[in-house]
Design a protein around this ligand. Sequence first.
Ligand code: NAP
Length: 485
Amino acid sequence: MSKEYDYVILGAGFAGMCMAIKLKEAGFHNFVILERDKDLGGTWLANSYPGAACDVQSHLYSYSFEPKPDWSRMFGPQLEIWGYMTHCARKYGLYPHFQFETVVNGATFNEQSGKWTINTSKGDYTATVFVSCSGGLSQPAMPDIKGLQDFKGKLFHSARWDHSYDLKDKTVAVIGTGASAIQIVPTIAPTVKQLFLYQRTPAWILPKPDRAMKGFEKKMFATMPFMQRLLRGMLYWRNELFAIGFVSKPGIMKLAQKMATRHINAVIKDETLRKKVTPAYKVGCKRILLSNEYYQALTRANVEVITDSIKEVTSNGIVTANGEERKMDAIILATGFHAADGVVPFAIKGTNGLDLNEAWKNGAEAYLGTSVSGFPNLFLIVGPNTGLGHSSMILMIEAQVHYAMEAIRQMKLNKWKAVDVKPEVQKDYNADIQEQLSHTIWQTGGCVSWYQDKNGKNVTLWPGHTFTFMKRTKTFEPDKYILAK
Ligand code: NAP
């Protein structure tokens, strides 16, 4: 027997929770949130590695409608962000709606009934509207390295950290030098005996303008909320300046590149190491990283940066292309996520049995990152081309949730059975997005990044300011949709 709801939300991260809060605010309580993990949090539950923290300021990386006056730092640590999420879940009454440890295996739309059937490890769920909030960075990417499965020591991905394994006095390899690695390396370097850091491509890293929030600031934000709104506004507009550099004024990026180079030179005195960590592509092409400790960690006597490519993994070590083998007790894969492969790791079937993976075989596409033609009553939050290189994803999440709620309200009001974005609307929208992206630093900066799919198409990023996206998602326009009564 299928469990019947009006709305099924997939994912208990920031996006799924935001959708749930807004449904409740609108008086729609007949919904369930399906979550494969045993608790809420999404990426902030999964990424519990040592040193995990946000690289967007917490006063901006939080819901606009639920400010937290007492963030401990400008850039909050993982556990505090997760605590904030549990606070929101309690305050907005979400706990009765969660179905934890429920893995979605597939979802199928029935044209006759106008309903979705969602097949899960705990049986079937039926709903008029299916909202997928599975997260852009939820599928860890395991590197395709020969012999990886033969390693007899400890091996885990940064997003699946094994806290039962003590790294103290161990020889450890970290593969990858992205956003996760630069937080892990300085945190574990003082504890381990020896750290081998395998770098394929260095990242541009700017100093992190982080600091502890002062007692008087926390009190001020609690008693004078407009002061916190003022800070949020300042952070918002400062970050939006970066968007200009990414999209239209690369001159701004030259300035950032100068600052990043100065950062390397200020911390690293050894010329060989300086060369190793200096990228050959333009700043901004890959995600700009922030750290005040990473380069310092690389100068430690027990840390070695290895730039020779990895040839293979043996039962007790890693061999590089030059034939050198280093032995280690543990390998940590800080190798990122399947971000550009599509949004969901299971079959979603729309009208006429159309499979989403098939529809996306030439690259993921949606209208406003939210609706996909041929998939009525499906809303994707953090769908294709909604990612940001410069600011808080929560801004985009709130905009998309607002749009989905507008659609839902109009469906109720007009008694529409189903809404399905017109194929030509989606096509024109994506042609425009790709045209705008073609001029950006992400496409012209001389790098390969996880922003692009295997064909080099950027299917992850929004090519502009967040306020432009907010404007476009403000109203649901029925003329852009096929409406079934
Ligand atoms: P990532 O940025 O994709 O970095 C993966 C790293 O692994 C790269 O250095 C990559 O090298 C390397 N790599 C991948 N496959 C490899 C292989 N086969 N051999 C050698 N090296 C390999 O992943 P991430 O660091 O987990 O970060 C992903 C995203 O998560 C970030 O960009 C950010 O959006 C988010 N994140 C955010 C925070 C935060 O503070 N809010 C923290 C962590 C992560 P190449 O560059 O050569 O591909």
